[in-house]
Design a protein around this ligand. Structure first.
Ligand code: SF4
Length: 236
């Protein structure tokens, strides 16, 4: 009785955070391996990482198909193209003038710093490579980390708008909202494993496209048992 009274007086404990690996496991079980990144070469991954900025992947695929059909899917060939011709080829991905300029900047980095050798670039010290990428026109942390993870196979967790949306709804998130805080939040709680980061990010994207949309489909969600937001929605 005394014990019960003591426990009744205790302040309410914060809800325990569901471990990230439990969320990962539920997503993997629901959707299976995603086989990312869909590309034929590491250079194509890098091109895709730039073209996918603010663009639907189907439109990126059309732009990549045009680059391949024209035979310019290499740093040297892209640098040799006039910028307006490159812009015309990547037009389906939107913001085509800016993206042509960004692709040229990336290719200049590969050619000027690594002699045009993509493998040498990707084998470079990853922190130094991240700094070089971030110093390149049009490459922010999300694009840099996509390149490091999906082209170079380095363990850099990619944070995008889908990640923020899903984990805010799961109430598993850092106190701040900067890219670095989000990335550190995941990195501190997960084994530093490139294949895990690869699959986890791909699953987050798949889940947010299919279920955790702007208007979420919580009733059929595989992480509903772990999601306070979804539980609040379905119980009202
Ligand atoms: S339960 Fe709803 S809000 Fe929560 S993760 Fe699933 S779809 Fe998103």
């Amino acid at each position: 009785m005394v014990a019960m009274e003591r426990s009744a007086m205790r302040p309410e404990q914060p809800r325990p955070e569901p471990p990230l690996l439990a969320i990962y496991g539920a997503l993997l079980e629901a959707y299976g391996p995603q086989h990312w990144w869909p590309a034929e070469s590491p250079f194509e991954v890098m091109v895709g990482a730039i073209l996918t900025q603010a663009a639907a992947w189907t439109n990126v695929e059309r732009a990549i198909a045009q680059l391949k059909a024209t035979g310019v899917m290499s740093p040297q060939a892209i640098l040799a193209l006039a910028e307006h011709d490159l812009a015309r080829l990547v037009r389906p991905a939107g913001y085509f003038n800016a993206k042509a300029r960004k692709l040229k900047a990336l290719c200049s980095l590969i050619v000027d710093r690594f002699g045009g050798d993509v493998d040498a670039m990707l084998a470079h010290d990853p922190e130094e490579l991240r700094r070089l990428l971030l110093a390149t026109y049009g490459i922010g942390p999300e694009t840099a980390d996509s390149i490091l993870l999906y082209a170079a196979g380095r363990p850099y967790f990619v944070v995008d708008a889908y990640t923020r949306r899903l984990f805010a709804r799961l109430q598993v998130r850092p106190p701040g909202d900067t890219y670095g805080e989000w990335q550190e939040f995941f990195t501190a709680r997960l084994p530093r494993d490139a294949s895990l980061y690869n699959e986890f990010h791909a699953l987050i994207v798949r889940h947010c496209k299919e279920r955790c949309r702007v208007r979420p489909l919580c009733l059929s969600c595989p992480v509903l048992p772990l999601c306070p937001t979804g539980q609040g929605t379905v119980s009202t």
